[in-house]
Design a protein around this ligand. Sequence first.
Ligand code: PEP
Ligand code: MG
Length: 845
Amino acid sequence: MQNNPHTTLVTAQAPIAAETHGGRAKCLQRLVRLDLPVPRTVALSFEAVKRIAKGELPDTTAIVSQFPKGTLLCVRPSSEDPDWGGPGAVLNIGMNDKRLATLSDRLGQDAAYAVNTRFVQSYAVDVARLDPDMFDDVDGEGREGLTESLRAYEGEMEEPFPEDPAEQLAAVLKSMARAWDGTSARLLRQAKGAPVDAGLGLVVQEMALGLGHGESGSGVLQLVSSDTGLPQITGRYLSQSQGRDALEGDAAALYLSRDPRGPSLEELAPEAFDALKTHAALMRVKLREEMQVEFAIENGALFILDGVRVARSSQAAVRIAVQLAEDKIISRAEALMRVQPRTLSELLHRQVDPGAERNVIGYGIAASPGAATGQIVFTATEAQASAARGEPCILVRRETSPEDIRGMHAAHAVLTERGGITSHAAVIGRGIGLPCVVGASNMRFIGSKKQLVTKDGKVFNAGEVITVDGTSGEVLAGAPKMREAALDESFQKLMEWSSDFCDIGIRANADTPADAQTARNFNAQGIGLCRTEHMFFEPGRLTVMREMIFAETSQDRRAVLERLLPMQQADFIQLFDIMKGQPVCIRLFDPPLHEFLPNDRAGQRELADALDLPLSDVTRRIDAMSEYNPMLGLRGVRLGVTVPEIYEMQARAIFEATIEVNAKGAAVVPEIMIPLVSAKREVELVKSSIDAVAAAVRTEKEAQFDYRLGVMVETPRAALRTAEIAPNCAFLSFGTNDLTQMAYGLSRDDAGRFMSDYVQQGVFPEDPFHVLDTDGVGELLKLGAERGRGAHEGITLSICGEHGGNPESIAFCRDAGFDYVSCSPFRVPVARLAAAQLAIGGNIS
Ligand code: PEP
Ligand code: MG
């Protein structure tokens, strides 16, 4: 049989590979090579199992004859990747009248009958697929329990229970092979990334029963905590002689070593316990992984049944990978490859504890990761009041607008009824690291009554406590247990190592000094997008801004802008100071002006008071400015062309700030970016006006400075016409939020309402605002990049839409030769790790 590659005795030299026999078979072979006390094992290849599923069974008598006569066997699954699962193990195969007699002599009648009864019942349920309820009436123990179980089996099957071990084994193999082919098993493993044709291997192993007159039992042990990744002997051990139940977690650690409530494994079987620790340490080094050891003890003798990768939280995953590299067991590159970029984002924020009970009352799009608990408030003002009282709150809005920014800063999380992954709430939430769920359209938001109503009619009033889980997209009632963010030393090391490998720049989208500081803390290589409009939402500034909007003449407008100038200048000085000479890309004003005007009566009245105007003037002006499609209306460069004073003021503020910071010794070369361009002429007009401001400032201040002017490519026309736009600018930054919106003709604010239907029905493989559509939008990016580079060699290319932090999009940009990506500050670590992995050359799944 050794010569049959499909049914192979596991020896040190046997031809076994994870790709042909599965991870468990390969791991057992490694343990055999390490000379560990592994029970005899036969491995069945994927091919063998495929044939079994079709009805071509191997010679099970030959398999049974590989083991000493009278041995009981177990069969376990061995899929290529242990995470893909597999059918449950079947134990004690070979149990029949004859074995019952020998086992009774060895272990005593009670134990022998118990083993036999367990086997009959599990065979009936797991192999013959009978209903588990049929054993509900079996209440006898010992001989009686076995007889009743056999009777129940034979009654259902109308045939005697099989006595022949080879026959039993054949049925077990057949049922496990078929279970792997079942629809639910297939869907489950595909959800975990398994390919459609993923194979299953099986291992047939001699049972170590963990029963005997001396110390006997079975358990698992690992050397680190699954929670933290820190060294800690943990696991569980069930001692037959002590009749102790399995324990979990820290209590189990005590039970394995020193348990105050009774004898521990350390005391019961000190030699086995020592050997177990030594074997586990050896496995860590030789298998190059933190392993959980499955073991059995029979009369004091230790058997190693299996080793599996230690289950791990995100924090533990990082710590384990870093420690393996620090101990020189794996390389740094390998440590980087072992951490999923997305797991990092879990470390950066508080999360609902994975073990906490979740009372889900609604869900939406997981727009900004992390979780927070607080009292419901329905307006930004209430959020601020709540923060002033020191009470955590959740801001619940139909959707947010620039007016809500201060409320968002005051809240601990945001929940909106409308919106998608690039809606206002989502973008701001990610920018400031605020947990956020948007597009929760399965809940009703009744602002007038200050009520949130769930799908099944449950009412949550203002002041009631809820939790927003921006990682899962769920809204929970009450305050579940939380797990704190974990930016420990291992995380910092992983980040440092990532930077050593990254070959594409990673910048951050940062609008405020606080964002910029976060970006620096995460070692972003500059700011790739500063949305300047976000600087105007401070209450003091908002009023001045509104005055500017209401100015009747260009002269009046300039006068108000004079007052905004020093404020903007101070903003830029702060940003330049924090970024310490790293590039800062400042986008000129982008949104339609009426976003700054109040849309409710009370706000309009306040504005009329502040501007000393009749209310009717205010409302008339607001009505006149309203647009059917604001996102496609008077915004971005269109404002720059039609109301040039705003861009001129911003350019002046940037240049004056540059001079001031340069005078302190830093060498700042600001980058100025024009939004929403669609035509070359727009760039020419804005460029000449900004060049004129630069010349004026140089003369007035008698100072020199450089700056780089660039274009934001976010309309399809701009992407198609980069050949004529590029010669006029130093860089092109693709704004993939608007570009996706316009390429699809799909509103980024409304798409959330039906996106999940679209994804579920396979219309879109993913939400294109979340994962870059490399086919359509990607083609525009590629065309734009090629044509831009063709017309202006050496032009800097980047993306600054939300996709910039997404591993798949980073892969796309790197392949297309982009210089950098820019994403929310809190996504910088994820982007750095993803970029490092791409440079190392592995796959990101
Ligand atoms: C974009 O459109 O991709 C972008 C970054 O700009 P904003 O999200 O501010 O429209
Ligand atoms: Mg945009």
